[in-house]
Design a protein. Structure first.
Length: 52
């Protein structure tokens, strides 16, 4: 029973940290473009650099 006095506040703090991390990632634009990186993988990058 004494362990609950430790585990309940610890779980509340953990939930708040996870919620803050999710809120920060949404506000900073991490989920704005979910399909763009998938299409960029398929693009052909075999062209030589114009600097060479």
């Amino acid at each position: 029973m004494d362990i609950l006095y430790l585990l309940i506040p610890l779980s509340v703090v953990l939930v708040l940290l996870i919620g803050w991390a999710f809120w920060w990632s949404v506000r900073s634009g991490q989920f704005d473009d979910l399909e763009g990186p998938a299409y960029r993988v398929l693009q052909d990058d075999d062209r030589p650099d114009p600097k060479d």
